[in-house]
Design a protein around this ligand. Sequence first.
Ligand code: NAP
Ligand code: ZN
Length: 345
Amino acid sequence: METAAYAAMSAGAPLEPHTIERRDLRPHDVLIDIKYSGICHSDIHQAREEWFTSIFPMVPGHEIAGIVSAVGSDVTDFKPGDRVGVGVFVGACMECDNCKRGLENYCFKGFVPTYNGKDYEGTVMHGGYSSAIVVEDHYVLHIPDGIELDVAAPLLCAGITTYSPLREWGAGPGKKVGIMGLGGLGHMGVKHAHAMGAEVTLISHSPSKEEDAKRLGADHFLLLSDKQAMKDNAMTFDLIVNTVSAPIDLNPVINLLATDGTMAYVGLPDKPLEMSIFPLNMQRRRIAGSNIGGIRETQEMLDFCAEHGYASDVEVISADQINEAWERVVNSDVRYRFVIDASTF
Ligand code: NAP
Ligand code: ZN
């Protein structure tokens, strides 16, 4: 099926209109008419080859919300007209211990990414900056009725990526949680941590974001450059979820953690970070990593958002505004997720 899309034709090139082919439906496939596609900073890192060698032409996009338009013969959980989402991966081995535990995101064989990768047969995958996508049913999520599709799209990556570490390290009543960076991931982290009942602090390098942080659910705002405030908050956080996309000096941030506190890193800067081990050692602090979440947990997160009445704060744009939006993301000037109207591809 010929499908309209936007693609980067080479590393660092601006995105431009492009046509891709979607496969014919297999028995377990779902054909989705994409309505909205979120812009994640990972799209930019990969299209600019900031992490590793990428595959071009690249159609990015792994925050997909749309309507089912057809299903394969063996699909039982979805029907045409259903409101659905697709996130960062569209396949996994389903045989390894992690897949069996619902942790397809940590599949031993490596999951099949929604774009900038190949499936296990070697076919290059193309993502959500397009008008339709075909995905195996196991990797398709139900979007609850209470959430509109435009504000649902970012939940499929930014939403689950922050929800998973908050759950894993016990955010909740009586816990002091820091969310570092108020971008796409960070604003979802603030909303989730607030809904989970934690005391939430937004840790930022942008003084202009204090008001928004509090509107989104933060109890406190901590500016990284405010040396006195950083000192006053030392040794107080049980958990910090770090969403920062750029390489930064971690040493002052580690000191914010309480004894036995954890910093869960979800931001993926393009360069290694340098830090002293002493502040970790001296207070039995931990630095951990976390990568999106499994399918079961992603559905749990969508249902949690619906139950608590929130989703993403978005700015809807048309496809011809993607390049401009990417520049704003890189300049920390997104409030708080760009979402592309897929009817404009
Ligand atoms: P984003 O919208 O650009 O947000 C990143 C935020 O980091 C910015 O808004 C800014 O917040 C802060 N920041 C940026 N440059 C900074 C600097 N030089 N010093 C201090 N803070 C800085 O990006 P995103 O889409 O949320 O993604 C964030 C990162 O997570 C990216 O690296 C992305 O690739 C990665 N990611 C990881 C996963 C995963 O599963 N692990 C999933 C999705 C994305 P303030 O202005 O408030 O400081
Ligand atoms: Zn993402």
